[in-house]
Design a protein around this ligand. Structure first.
Ligand code: URA
Length: 246
């Protein structure tokens, strides 16, 4: 593929802007400043540098972000910053979208991609991708709350009671909950329906992909990383694209 088209496909602007990046001497490959925006390159395993920042060519990108409190999962947030401001502009220009949403006050694992099939697969109720949450409560957890979550709680607007796949108390004011649905405010509504109240909420895993199990690079709040094929397979997703960096 031509270098200017490669850069455009990776989110670095219009073809004209990408040609200008090359002509301005800002693009390097293997340490060499590129001068010809029309040079044909093999994209497989291609790594390029722009302004001393290294990028891997990828047909499609898959990303994990450790979402902090105070960010809305929307491109046009109403009252807070957008989670998309935590990603580098070329990734946002590629039109990555989040897989579902976390509330503005929820922290933890949030996935993004520009692969519609991936987003659809991860969001599809039929796939039953599990989500693991840790919640704290302002008061000590009442006896029976965990049992109610396991037996199923009736939520407004839901035809049937919603059950946790697993729930356990992990502290006087802390519990962990495993669910496989992605409904609006699900965990807060479930805990409320069981007679409790969520003070803080953190999603620490989706399927086997955990922020805490050493399967991802160690991420601090606001950090992101690419998901590699081994991470995607933990989510039961096989990437068929020419993704760099197995
Ligand atoms: N459940 C909630 O209540 N909030 C979230 O952000 C995620 C799950």
């Amino acid at each position: 593929m031509q270098l200017d088209r490669i850069l455009q496909s990776q989110g670095f602007g219009s073809r004209k802007e990408c040609r200008a990046l090359v002509r301005d001497g800002l693009v390097k490959i293997a340490g060499q400043v590129m001068t010809d925006p029309f040079v044909e390159l093999d994209t497989s395993g291609l790594v390029f540098e722009i302004d001393d920042w290294e990028w891997e060519y990828a047909d499609q990108v898959y990303i994990a972000l450790y979402k902090p409190v105070g960010y809305e999962c929307s491109h046009k947030p109403k009252h807070n910053a957008s989670v998309y401001t935590l990603l580098p502009p070329p990734l946002v220009n590629r039109n990555v979208q989040s897989v579902g949403r976390l509330d503005v006050d929820t922290t933890g694992l949030l996935l993004f991609s520009d692969d519609g099939q991936f987003i659809h697969a991860m969001s599809s109720p039929r796939r039953h991708i599990t989500k693991s949450y840790r919640a704290t409560t302002p008061q000590p957890i009442e006896p029976g709350l965990i049992e109610k979550l396991m037996e199923g709680v009736q939520l407004l607007d839901e035809p049937e009671p919603v059950r946790a796949l697993a729930a356990r108390q992990t502290g006087e004011q802390e519990l962990e909950l495993l669910v496989d649905q992605g409904k609006y405010h699900l965990v807060k509504r479930m805990v409320a329906a069981a007679g409790g109240h969520v003070e803080t909420l953190h999603r620490f895993a989706m399927g086997e992909l955990s922020l805490e199990a050493g399967v991802l690079p160690e991420l601090e709040e606001e950090d992101w990383c690419y998901l590699r094929p081994q991470h995607l397979s933990l989510l039961g997703f096989v990437d068929k694209s020419d993704r760099a960096g197995a």
